[in-house]
Ligand binder design. Structure first.
Ligand SMILES: Nc1nc2c(ncn2[C@@H]2O[C@H](COP(=O)(O)OP(=O)(O)OP(=O)(O)O)[C@@H](O)[C@H]2O)c(=O)[nH]1
Ligand SMILES: [Mg+2]
Length: 249
């Protein structure tokens, strides 16, 4: 793999999808900007009832690096992530780095993920490479995560060890090659589907270890309905993979 042009984080936007993360983003955004001072930060908020968007707006008034994409209602993590990517494309950024807004993705890992982009089209903050890990999860969460990754390897042919995490940086010139209208997953299966499609357009994927820490403030948005929706999306994606035909909406 040959190195590409030198990195300048002035061409990078960090996207944070948020639903009721008011307390977290007030602390998280300053730490992101400390780690990557030349980057911008986009909060993609689905009109959170706790006023997360107000906090983002206030931070943006004080610091122009902080931007807000306010959506009308909660429409799923995948839909919000994709809206952030489209915004980054439309605004002319060269890289987009997505992370959760609940400190499960700690900003101390940002520079390592960003460093992957010397070589990669997709840099993954990975829990499943040596040095990576997870703290604070139940046995059931571990089982589900392992199962989803096993599925991605066996049925989708994924090569990355961590196919389900969202702590990733993308080279925009490569993700522009994807047809966003074909992306089916609106919920949590988005991560596996997007990575699958990146691999299909020939993205170079590099993983760097992260330790995922269970959230301390706020509540998880994963519930039974989200799990069922994700399993359905993954199953349909597996069928597409087997048939190797384009996905229809
Ligand atoms: N805009 C938007 N953000 C969402 C939505 N669902 C989840 N998020 C955000 O996506 C990130 C990940 O969601 P979490 O609920 O923490 O899910 P998780 O990290 O996979 O699971 P936990 O470990 O249980 O926290 C957080 O920053 C959420 O606020 C949504 O429908 N819309
Ligand atoms: Mg979380």
């Amino acid at each position: 793999m040959s190195p590409v042009a030198p990195l300048s984080s002035s061409r990078l936007v960090v996207t944070l999808c948020t639903y009721n993360e008011r307390e977290n983003i007030g602390k998280l955004i300053p730490q992101i900007l400390e780690a990557l001072p030349d980057a911008d930060v986009l909060v993609v908020d689905d009109n959170s009832p706790d006023g997360t968007a107000d906090v983002a707006r206030q931070m943006g008034a004080a610091d122009p690096r902080v931007k807000l994409l306010l959506r009308t209602k909660k429409a799923g993590l995948g839909a919000a992530t994709l809206a952030g990517f489209q915004w980054a494309i439309d605004q002319g950024y060269d890289y987009v780095l997505n992370m959760d807004a609940d400190f499960s993705h700690h900003p101390r890992h940002l520079r390592a993920i960003w460093g992957c982009m010397q070589m990669a089209d997709v840099g993954i903050g990975s829990r499943y490479v040596p040095g990576g890990g997870i703290t604070g999860w139940s046995a059931m969460r571990h089982f589900m995560s392992q199962g989803i990754n096993w599925y991605s390897h066996v049925l989708l042919g994924a090569k990355a060890r961590d196919c389900s995490g969202s702590f990733r940086c993308y080279r925009i010139s490569k993700i522009r090659e994807l047809d966003f209208t074909k992306i089916r997953s609106r919920g949590y299966a988005f991560q596996e589907e997007f990575l699958y499609r990146c691999a299909r357009v020939g993205c170079r994927i590099v993983e760097t270890p992260i330790v995922f820490e269970d959230r301390i403030i706020g509540q998880s948005k994963i519930n039974v309905a989200e799990i069922v929706r994700s399993l359905r999306d993954l199953f349909l994606l597996g069928l597409d993979g087997i048939r190797d035909t384009p996905v229809t909406r």
